[in-house]
Design a protein around this ligand. Structure first.
Ligand code: F6P
Length: 531
């Protein structure tokens, strides 16, 4: 018997009633005024991550009902099935075992295979890092999606741990404007190319790898075997391409969950084997928390439940991620794939149409940059967008005055979103830049803020490899939680197929100009591009 879907449970009916009775109208300002211990009650301490969930539009009653929902949907049983290696990716008949990649030796499924490969690619990373003997100064990762976004996010995040003599570059797009400026700055004799692709068939990656190989040879590069390595589950295809040094992984590692495998090679080259192991250890600590903490104190579970509450009851269709750490500038892009490719589905795992909304749009920019761009809309726009602030207590630089300002900004934004400002308050203030001709009442309305806008704040002590590992694993398990309640298969991505197939059909038409049978718009655009 498959586990029930959220909308098929008694808890869902109870939540709908609760939403109508009090959930819809909950006001955070009143909640804090009437609950002196709201902060403590809604905080969770997980490995490496402290979370303040108190500025969210839910009550103890909401949380209790959401917990019942999790139980009725057999969340714990589903989680355990994933961790045991059952083939929960049913549409592809595969297990989902990225957690095995960070389990200590002997502690997870496939342990020997995982640790043999880990030792092998970390030993290779150390060879590359020994720049006096390797001669490398530049490493180019060619990959896209899960074979790009993890390393591209983690390397700048861990800048303070990165090898000072190695530059890491990331080429993903089939747009030649991506690879061209990268190649222009490289010396073939000192460059290592990593061709990273789970399937080794992805159009963008294969095309860029061919451009890189042709460039390398045209520049007089010799010893292709030393300068090109592959990371893939398709070792035969890599060999056919002419790459003989390969690091493998397995079909039970989804692309968007693969940074812990050899796909993390650029990270390992940047930060070294010991720090890469710390990244894995942090993720493993979060895995244990997810597996063992009671659901009421289980941070990924609580975040996933909140996501369902917001999406399906309060109707919030997006969530903004605001990392107050410049090193995390690629985190929103990474999370877009993790969350939207996993849960952007409209049928459940049994193929039945869903009656509830699924993945929100995830988007964001680092703070404080976002404040000077789109935060206007977050504070005064007509849509409510929950914001997730990520703050780091200790910086890895010495400019403590900058860091204090950064943290004050972070706290101020969540405070402003929640508190808002009435028109009456605004009317008492001076607004030096306002036109003196404007009616003060009109100005007061324009300068008022509705408030009651929700946010979560995640705090890390320091953005170490271990903390980053825990943070990313937290997001993975949160996505699992909301996906399990919605009843979707969070581990396939059929939605990317149609565009790929149509692209393959259009490629020869762009060359030939044949528009027969095409819809009017595509035909018109194609012709215009050829004119
Ligand atoms: O097209 C989507 C996708 O399959 C992602 O799921 C994956 O991360 C990406 O393409 C890259 O795939 P590959 O690693 O096989 O090149």
């Amino acid at each position: 018997m498959p586990a029930p879907r959220c909308d098929e449970t008694a808890a869902w009916t109870a939540l709908s009633r609760h939403f109508e009775d009090s959930g819809r109208s909950l006001d955070l300002r009143q909640a804090f005024a009437s609950e002196p211990h709201r902060f403590e009650r809604f905080c969770i301490e997980a490995p490496e991550v402290f979370a303040d969930l108190s500025k969210n539009r839910w009550s103890e009653a909401t949380r209790a009902l959401l917990l019942t929902l999790a139980q009725e949907c057999q969340l714990a049983e589903r989680r355990d099935a994933m961790l045991r290696g059952e083939p929960i990716n049913t549409s592809e008949g595969r297990a989902v075992l990225h957690t095995a990649l960070r389990a200590p030796q002997g502690a997870g499924p496939h342990s020997d295979t995982v640790h043999d490969m880990l030792d092998r690619f970390l030993a290779y990373a150390e060879q590359v890092r020994d720049t006096a003997s390797s001669g490398f100064t530049d490493v180019v990762n060619i990959g896209i999606g899960g074979s790009d976004l993890g390393p591209q996010m983690a390397v700048p995040a861990l800048d303070a741990w990165c090898h000072p003599g190695l530059r890491l570059h990331f080429v993903s797009n089939v747009d030649g404007h991506d690879i061209t400026p990268v190649l222009r700055r490289l010396d073939p004799a000192r460059t290592l190319f990593i061709v990273a692709s789970k399937t080794f068939t992805t159009q963008e990656t294969m095309a860029n790898a061919q451009v890189a190989r042709a460039w390398f040879l045209a520049q007089g590069g010799t010893d292709l075997g030393r300068h090109f390595v592959g990371v893939t589950t398709n070792l035969d295809a890599a060999a056919e391409f002419g790459i003989h040094r390969t690091f493998g992984f397995w079909d039970w590692v989804g692309g968007r969950f693969s940074l812990w495998s050899a796909i993390g090679l650029p990270i390992a080259i940047a930060i070294g084997a010991e720090n890469f192991r710390a990244l894995l250890a942090g993720a493993h600590a979060m895995d244990r928390h997810f597996a063992e903490a009671p659901l009421a104190q289980n941070l990924p579970v609580q975040l996933g439940l909140l996501d369902v509450w917001y999406r399906n009851f309060l109707g919030f269709s997006s969530r903004s991620v605001a990392p107050y750490h410049q090193g995390l500038r690629r985190l929103p892009a990474y999370l877009q794939q993790l969350e939207m490719e996993s849960n952007g589905k409209q049928v459940d795992a049994l193929g039945r149409p869903l009656t509830v909304a699924t993945s929100p749009v995830v988007w964001g920019e680092p703070g404080t940059n976002g404040q000077h761009a789109y935060f206007q809309m977050l504070h005064q726009g007509t849509d409510v967008v929950p914001v997730e602030f990520i703050a780091v207590k200790r910086p890895t630089h010495e400019h403590t005055d900058l860091h204090t300002k950064l943290l004050a900004n972070c706290l101020a934004q969540s405070q402003a979103l929640m508190l808002g400002k009435t028109a009456a308050q605004a009317a008492t203030e001076r607004a030096p830049t306002a036109s003196p001709d404007l009616d003060p009442q009109v100005l007061a309305q324009q300068r008022s803020f509705p408030g009651n806008r929700p946010s979560t704040t995640l705090l890390l002590d320091e953005l170490t490899p271990r903390a980053l590992g825990a943070l990313i694993a937290l997001y993975e398990h949160r996505v699992f939680t909301s996906g399990a309640l919605w009843g979707v298969n969070s581990f396939d991505q059929w939605g990317v197929e149609l565009g790929k197939a149509l692209c393959n059909q259009l490629l020869p038409r762009l060359a030939s100009g044949d528009v027969q049978g095409l819809d009017g718009s595509t035909a018109g655009l194609l012709q215009r591009l050829r004119d």
